[in-house]
Structures are given as C-alpha cells and as structure tokens.
Ligand binder design. Structure first.
Ligand code: GEK
Length: 242
C-alpha cells in the first residue's frame, strides 16, 4: 500500500526539478498508476514476456527498478532454471523501500538489488532487460551508450523491453496526446495545479523522444528487430530482439 500522491496539490513558491526522494518514494505506486496510462498492464505483460524469454542459466535486469514492480512480475512468472534478477536504481530512498518490498515477497528466484547508475551497470548474460520508464531520465546524448552495453550483454534470443513517454513529430498530434494524457490524470483525481506543477518539475528532467528515434537507436545499438507492442497516448513500450 502507498500513500496518496498530493506532492503538487498546494501552490509551491518554486517548483524545483523532480527527484526520486523520500517524499516521492512514499507515494510512488499511487503516483505512477495515476500518471502513466497502461502502467499496470505493462507490468503484468512484462511478467508474461519473462515467462517466454527467460533462458536457463542467464540473468534478467530491471534497470531503474524503483520499488521492484517489474522485478516481482518477472520473478513470479519465470519457469527457467538457474536464473538471477538484477535490479538497479540510483535513488537510495527507492532502494531502501524496494529492499523491504522484496523481503516481504515469497518468490524464490534470487534478486540482487543494487544502488547505482544504470550508465555504469555491467550487463552480462542477459536474456531479458527491462527499462520501464527509466531511459527517459538519462540525457539523450548518453542513451546510445546505455543501449549498446545492453545489446552487447544480451544473449542470442534475448529481449529488451523499453517503455517510455514519447514525443510526436506532428505538432497537432503532439498537442492532442498531451491533452488526452492530462485528461487521464484529471480523471484520476489530479487537479490542474497538480498537473501544471508536475509538468514544470519534469521539464529538462524527463526528455521524451519519438518512437522512430527510439527504434532507430535500438537497431544501431545491435538489436536485430524492434517493435512497439503497447501504446496509450504518449506512453509506449517497445520490444527489441537480439
Ligand atoms: C517500475 N521501472 O515501476 N540510474 C539508475 N536509476 C535511475 C537513473 C539512473 N541514471 N535515472 C533514474 N533512475 C519502474 C518505474 S521510474 C519511472 C521507473 C517514473 C530511476 C529513478 O530513481 C526511478 O526510480 C526510476 O528510474 C524511474 O516499473 O517515475 O516515471
């Protein structure tokens, strides 16, 4: 259970850049479900994809794991023998809470939880890697390097799931998707003030790119085939095959 997200409910004198601190951690499950259309579906499907693609004797990575939702979805669906999950996040507050979440979970697959930057992560023998709404927080100029390291560390037949908030080349389409997303947030109880202040906080912190840019970057990084398997408004998830 998590608290209700009211972080941006009152007018703030100054809206500073968004950070994954203690205050965010306390409301995170509520925040992400009410802010990201399709989040619960994507998490559920990550479990299903793990069931199909986890290979015996390999590792599965959850990069930017937050409270371990994708890790748990994979942990409870994998049938392959002798696998490990490595979950990484660079927010000490997230890691601390995630450790408690994992301790309360009965899954048997070992999970190694690491507090660190995914830009420094060693990816080795991966049959599945998840970047569920994490790459968007890495500066665009650094994204190539992260994906190349993932592709290089992925075994043949392995997959990457990349979920992102996306941008659109067509201005009309871009404006419509933003409006539909804001309507989704309003329907989930966020006020116009909350939506506006959160938007300011995420400016220059979360940088969306087009699906085309993501797909081309994945191909350049060494994945052989790339497809979008989920999209709702300006939120999408891509599957890339090694
Ligand atoms: C989920 N995947 O519930 N290195 C490591 N972690 C990072 C970095 C970085 N450079 N930058 C950001 N993070 C999760 C949701 S949330 C998405 C992911 C969101 C971490 C950050 O601390 C946060 O926990 C996570 O990436 C992004 O399926 O809040 O929109």
């Amino acid at each position: 259970m998590s608290d209700i997200d009211r972080i941006y409910a009152s007018p703030l004198e100054e809206v500073t850049g968004f950070r994954f601190d203690e205050q965010v951690v306390a409301v995170f499950p509520d925040m992400i479900k009410r802010s990201v259309p399709g989040y619960s579906t994507i998490i559920h499907m990550i479990g299903q994809i793990a069931e199909r693609y986890a290979q015996a004797g390999t590792r599965l990575y959850d990069l930017g794991c937050s409270l371990g939702a994708a890790t748990l979805a994979m942990r409870h669906r994998i049938n392959a023998a002798d696998v490990n999950i490595i979950a990484i996040d660079n927010s000490p507050d997230m890691i601390e809470r995630c450790r408690a979440v994992l301790a309360a979970d009965s899954g048997e697959i070992p999970v190694q939880l690491i507090c660190g930057d995914i830009q420094d992560a060693v990816i080795d023998q991966a049959s599945m890697t998840v970047l569920n709404f994490t790459l968007q927080f890495i500066p665009p100029t650094e994204r190539d390097a992260v994906l190349r390291r993932i592709a290089a560390g992925t075994v043949a037949g392995g997959v990457l799931i990349l979920s992102e908030k996306i941008a659109f080349e067509d201005e009309e389409h871009q404006n419509l998707m933003i409006e539909l997303h804001h309507n989704f947030k309003r329907a989930n109880g966020y006020s116009d003030l909350e939506i506006a202040q959160k938007r300011t906080a995420l400016e220059n912190v979360l940088i969306p790119e087009t699906l085309k840019t993501h797909q081309q970057r994945l191909l350049n990084a060494g994945f052989r085939s790339v497809d979008c398997w989920f999209q709702c408004f300006n939120f999408a998830s891509i599957i890339a095959f090694k």
